[in-house]
Design a protein around this ligand. Structure first.
Ligand code: ZN
Length: 149
């Protein structure tokens, strides 16, 4: 679970500084707060893998987002035509699968244990509390904030 005083802007600001070598300045963290720690872990692993292969500067994070209920972190070469070595590509794939798997059991809102479910056709991984809030928001006519806390 996230700390009660979790500060999204501060957390993302820290990640931008710490991983400036792989995060473009305009990258958007297109997920709720519960997944930010997973992203922090993945970025550290990605940067460590690039360092081990002498490939920092040749890779950049392209997108960080939720899709069909799970977390996607897309990495690509910094220059067109550059290809990662087979070993590096395999390591990056492992990191991607690990964060993807973790996101499928982690509430996107609060970081507690969650499951992916369909909310009127929109898939999201939520704990029982936040799933209940999302359902109440839908049945209440989708007015105001989806999640209360
Ligand atoms: Zn939750």
């Amino acid at each position: 679970m996230l700390a009660p005083d979790f500060d999204r802007d501060q957390f993302i600001g820290d990640l931008r500084l710490k991983h400036a070598r792989i995060l473009p300045a305009d990258i958007v963290f297109n997920v709720e707060n519960g997944w930010l720690p997973l992203i922090a872990e993945s970025l550290a692993e990605i940067e460590a893998a690039l360092d081990r292969h002498g490939s920092v500067g040749q890779a950049t994070i392209r997108q960080i987002k939720e899709k069909l209920g799970d977390l996607r972190i897309y990495i690509g070469p910094s220059r067109e035509g550059y290809q990662f070595s087979k070993e590096l590509a395999a390591e990056l794939a492992e990191i991607r699968i690990r964060s993807w798997n973790a996101s499928m059991v982690t509430c996107e809102v609060c970081g507690d244990a969650g499951v992916i479910d369909s909310f009127d056709g929109y898939y999201q991984c939520l704990c029982p509390k936040h799933a209940g809030q999302r359902r109440a928001w839908i049945s209440g006519g989708r007015i105001g904030d989806i999640f209360q806390d």
